[in-house]
Design a protein around this ligand. Sequence first.
Ligand code: GLU
Length: 550
Amino acid sequence: MSNDERIELAELLFPNIKHDRNYYENMYPERKLKEGAMVTRFGPSPTGFVHMGSLFGSFCDSVFAKQSNGIFYLRIEDTDQKRSIENGIDGIFSDLDAFDIVPDESSIVGGEYGPYIQSERTEIYQTYVKDLIIRGYAYPCFMTEEEIAAIREEQEINKTKLGIYGVYAVDRDLSLGEIKEKLNNSEEYVIRLKSPGNSKNEVEFIDLVKGKIKFPENDMDLVLLKKDGTPTYHLAHVIDDHLMHTTHVIRGDEWVSSIPLHIQLFDILGFDRPQYVHTAPITKKDDGGIRKLSKRKDPEAKVSYYDEVGIPIDAVKLYLATILNSNFEEWYLNNSEKSIDDFTFSFDKMAVGGTLFDLDKLNNISKTYFSRKSGEDVYNETLAWANKHDLEYAKLLEENKDDMIKFLSIEKDGPRPRKDIAKYSDVKEEFSYAIDSMFIEENYAKNESNKVYDINLVLDYINNYLDLNVTNEEWFNKVREFAVENGYAATPKEYKKNPDDYKGHVGDICEAIRVMITGRMKSPDLFSIMRVLGKSRILDRIDLYSKIYK
Ligand code: GLU
């Protein structure tokens, strides 16, 4: 086809496209950002909610943009109607909002590079495709589904590469006359790339996580515009990331194999290529193996799960930071005053294979997170959570505010703060002794020990020895004295040396007191708990215990 014929064809196919590509190039000029600033984007399909994999992706996008003083924007990729659901966009915004991942530009907050919804950009895509037709890099393809299926069958039999390329791209060289005839017959068509590639050549590109990758050049005439005139992912990706000036395309590594096509499109459109960062899928251990985290099988794949079970959003983000960069966790453990914003993330510390998502590890991170919060903060956050998920407990928390804060503040100071809470719901369980009305007989039934303790001995101690207005050390010395006077060893070590000489050791007496007043074998510092309770409530609890075990 001659140049003039291609111009005629372009007009015939796109009579309504009045602008040329320069119009858009001028409309979306280079961003004025400092050297090194990254422009990243999150491009979800409007499926109604964000799952863990895409939350992780958007988290990467936002941290890299933020730490380089760049821009992180959100682009709704709704070109595939099958994947879109009604109101699907709202769910994405609310999930990101819950995690405080805030795009600088989006269809909600706007921005200079919009529209930020692909279905509103059809004219832009068509403008560039019209240009490709004129330059001989695209053509209308009238093949029917049946014809394509027949080609596939033939390729399968001949064991050749599948797809529309070379001799199989039968509409590649139709004359203008032939095309006009088909158009007059109202035959349906897509617009395909007229690939200039040769699969015998190699293309090479650097992925910032995976390193140098080599592929055969793309020689497939892939679809650019579908029958309804909307773009495929490939075309939309290239045009949008060019016009929106994305510097770093961070996306799942299922797209790596499309790279030869994408690079080719950037090149023939005359666009600078962006940097690519392909992230490994989020995986989990299952049945001895490792598999992808699944929306269907794994409740933790849905981001609403964390709020439901009571894992703080900030703890989840700390965990995302941990799986994003292999050196984050150690840094976080060694820098108790710092937050995620103080850490500098890098691409070379990202996982190349799978990124293992491990709920136990998340729990540990969350415990560290809670351990660094004051008792009052833990109280306030737990109350806010309970107000949404456990109203009965919320009421009790409000009625017992002062005590609760005192209990939650035990063992917070010092180099190794308490690490017993991983989620808000744990507070109810771990501090079941903190609220009198919750401290009922069943508490003892939950106690892991089957031992029955000496009530009179404990009563004697509480009534005649316990002084709550002393230091922890003075208190313990006194317990020790009491132990020795009653035939118990002063230390476990002494007891072990001559077990027959003693009834037990000082720790056994503490255990008896602990079980009677908390219903538990393990608790935070016993003396601190006794101080919050006060003598009369301690005696009430021993009374309760004696009713059951007498
Ligand atoms: N819309 C694409 C998806 O949902 C996004 C891929 C990309 O970030 O380029 O997989």
